[in-house]
Design a protein around this ligand. Structure first.
Ligand SMILES: Cc1cc2nc3c(=O)[nH]c(=O)nc-3n(C[C@H](O)[C@H](O)[C@H](O)COP(=O)(O)OP(=O)(O)OC[C@H]3O[C@@H](n4cnc5c(N)ncnc54)[C@H](O)[C@@H]3O)c2cc1C
Length: 481
C-alpha cells in the first residue's frame, strides 16, 4: 500500500508501509534517482548543489526561508548603500535553477526525523531525502542586554536585516553600532553613506585587535575617525533604553555611564551557527554541527557544511568553525564529490580573507595573528600616509614565510598561496615580490621599500629582482613546486 506524502511541486513521493503501519523501507520515488535535500541556499548549499549537478543526475532540492534565490551575503552592504540593486547580488539568473534541475523551495524547516529521513516545514511540507546537507549558516549574537529586543535593534546577517535598516533610516538621528568586527564596520559605513551620524562602541583598545596586529588595528581606528565616526574604544554596551511607549529603542547606556540618544542600535558582536531547532535532536552538536574531515555528522547520510559546521578536529592553527565565504565554497564543492561517489576529505587550504574598512582594502593570506608567535619574525612596512601597509611574517629559524597582511595594497592570492605552501624563504619572496603585486596599472609600487626595510633591519643587501608583470606571474604559477 502507499500514500502520497507530499507534492512540493513536481516531485511525487510514495510511502510504502507494512502491515503494522510502519514504513517498510525508506521512501521510494516515482523515479529512482538519489534524492539530495540541501537545507540552506547560501554559498555552501548552492556550491554543493551546483557541483552535485555537474557530477550526477541526482534529484536536488534546496530549501531556504530567507530569499527565493541565492545571493551574495558579502555584498548586502552595497544594496543599502545604493551601489547595487538586490537583483545584482544574485550570481545566477532565475532560469538557471530549472535549467539545471535544482528545485528550490522557500520555506522554514522546523523539524527533522533523522530516522525516517524526513523534513517537516512550516508550510506543511513533509519531504523525504536519501542524503541531507545542512548548510544553515549563522545568526547574529545577542548577549541578553536589557532592551535588545526593542524595535530598532538589529544585527546584520540576513536580507531582512537590510530591509529593517531601510525601514528605520528615514529621519534617523543617530545609529549606535556595537561590536568592533567586520560586520560592525560595514554597518558603520552603511549608515555613514546615508549621512547618518554613527557612534561605534568597541570593547577593545583598537578596532578588531583580536585579529589585526596592533599597527593595522590602529590604522583602521584612525581611518574611522578621519571619516568622523564617533569611535568609542574600550567602551561596552550596558543597556538599550525604550521610548515612552516602551517599544522602540531611543538611547544606549555604556559601561562608562554615558547615555547616547539613537534611533537604531546595531548589534554586531559576532555570529553563531544557526542550529537552534536541532539542539534536542540525535544530531551531535557543540557550537555548531559536529563533522569529521569528510563533513559527515554522527548520523548516516547527514552532512553539514559552511558556517554551521564545526570540525571535530580542525587542522593545526585553524578554527573548528570558520564562518567565511571561502570556507563555505570549498566545503560545498568537497561534499559534492563525496555525495557523487568520491569520498573526499575537506582541505581548507591556506587561510585567506579579505574585507574593506571604508577606503582601506584588507587581505590576509596564511598565518597572521594579532600577537606575533614567539617563533616568528615580522617585517612591517607602512606608507607615511598611514593608509597602506604590507606585513610579511616568517619563521625566525628557517626564514620560511608564513603569512601576508595587506592594507590598502592588493597582492595576488595564488602567488602568496604558492609561496606559503611551498615554504618559500623570506628572501626569495622579497626579491620576487613584484610577482605578488596586484594593484591596478599606474598605482605606485612599494616592493623596493620593503626590500630596503629588510636590508636595514638585517644588514643584508637584497635587491628586488622581479617587478610587476603578468607573464612572469604566469610562468611562476605554472612552475611545479
Ligand atoms: C554582512 C556580512 C558581510 C560578510 N562579509 C564577508 C566577507 O567579506 N568575506 C567573507 O569571507 N565572509 C563574509 N561574510 C560571511 C559569509 O557571508 C558567510 O560565511 C557565508 O555567507 C555563510 O554561508 P553559508 O552557506 O554557510 O550560510 P548562509 O549564507 O547563512 O545560508 C544559510 C541559509 O539557510 C537558511 N536557513 C537556516 N535555517 C533554516 C531552516 N531551518 N529552514 C530554512 N532555511 C534555513 C538561512 O536563512 C540562510 O538563508 C559576511 C557575512 C555578513 C553577514
Amino acid at each position: 500500500m502507499y500514500y502520497i506524502i507530499n507534492i512540493p511541486s513536481n516531485i511525487i513521493f510514495l510511502h510504502f508501509k507494512n502491515r503494522n503501519g510502519r514504513p517498510a523501507r525508506n521512501l521510494e520515488y516515482l523515479h529512482s534517482n538519489m534524492k539530495t535535500i540541501i537545507l540552506g541556499n547560501g554559498i555552501s548549499g548552492i556550491t554543493a548543489a551546483r557541483h552535485i549537478r555537474k557530477r550526477s543526475d541526482h534529484d536536488i532540492m534546496v530549501i531556504s526561508d530567507e530569499t527565493d534565490h541565492f545571493f551574495s551575503r558579502t555584498a548586502l552592504m552595497y544594496v543599502y548603500m545604493g551601489h547595487l540593486r538586490f537583483s545584482d547580488t544574485q550570481p545566477y539568473e532565475p532560469w538557471f535553477w530549472e535549467k539545471n534541475r535544482i528545485e528550490l523551495l522557500r520555506s522554514r524547516v522546523e523539524n527533522i526525523d533523522f530516522q525516517q529521513k524526513r523534513l517537516f516545514t512550516a508550510t506543511g511540507h513533509i519531504l523525504a531525502y536519501d542524503h541531507l546537507v545542512l548548510a544553515l549558516g549563522s545568526q547574529s549574537n545577542r548577549f541578553g542586554w536589557p532592551g535588545q529586543d526593542l524595535d530598532g535593534v538589529h544585527g546584520l546577517y540576513h536580507y531582512q536585516d537590510v530591509q529593517a535598516m531601510e525601514r528605520h533610516t528615514p529621519g534617523l538621528n543617530r545609529a549606535v553600532v556595537v561590536g568592533g568586527g567586520l560586520i560592525g564596520v560595514e554597518m558603520v559605513e552603511m549608515f555613514h553613506s546615508r549621512g547618518i551620524p554613527v557612534t561605534f562602541l568597541v570593547r577593545e583598545p583598537d578596532f578588531w585587535n583580536a585579529v589585526l596586529p596592533p599597527q593595522e588595528a590602529a590604522m583602521v581606528s584612525r581611518h574611522l575617525r578621519e571619516h568622523h565616526i564617533d569611535l568609542r574604544l574600550e567602551t561596552e554596551l550596558k543597556e538599550i533604553l525604550p521610548d515612552a511607549g516602551g517599544k522602540k529603542c531611543t538611547a544606549v547606556v555604556t559601561d562608562k555611564g554615558e547615555t547616547i540618544a539613537c534611533g537604531f542600535v546595531s548589534l554586531t558582536v559576532g555570529v553563531s551557527p544557526n542550529i537552534g531547532f536541532l539542539k534536542n535532536s540525535p544530531l551531535e552538536t557543540s557550537r555548531g554541527i559536529l563533522v569529521n574531515e569528510y563533513l559527515e555528522t554522527n548520523l548516516p547520510d547527514v552532512y553539514a557544511i559552511g558556517d554551521c559546521a564545526e570540525l571535530r578536529q580542525p587542522r593545526p592553527g585553524r578554527k573548528a568553525i570558520e564562518a567565511v565565504w571561502y570556507t563555505g565554497r570549498i566545503m560545498g564543492e568537497t561534499l559534492a564529490h563525496t555525495l557523487t561517489g568520491k569520498r573526499t576529505e575537506y582541505d581548507p587550504g591556506i587561510w585567506f580573507n579579505s574585507a574593506k574598512f571604508f577606503d582601506i582594502e584588507y587581505q590576509v593570506y596564511g598565518d597572521i595573528r594579532a600577537q606575533l608567535p614567539d617563533d616568528q619574525t615580522t617585517l612591517y612596512w607602512e606608507h607615511p600616509g598611514g593608509k597602506k601597509s604590507i606585513r610579511i611574517n616568517y619563521l625566525s629559524a628557517s626564514g620560511r614565510v608564513t603569512g601576508f597582511n595587506l592594507m590598502g595594497v592588493r597582492y595576488r592570492h595564488e602567488v602568496c598561496d604558492k609561496w606559503i605552501r611551498k615554504g618559500a624563504h623570506v628572501e626569495e619572496v622579497l626579491q620576487n615580490l613584484g610577482l605578488a603585486n596586484f594593484d591596478p596599472e599606474f598605482y605606485p609600487q612599494h616592493e623596493t621599500e620593503l626590500v630596503a626595510l629588510y636590508n636595514r633591519v638585517t644588514g643584508k643587501n637584497l635587491i628586488l629582482k622581479q617587478k610587476r608583470g603578468l607573464p612572469a606571474v604566469l610562468a611562476f604559477l605554472q612552475k611545479s613546486a
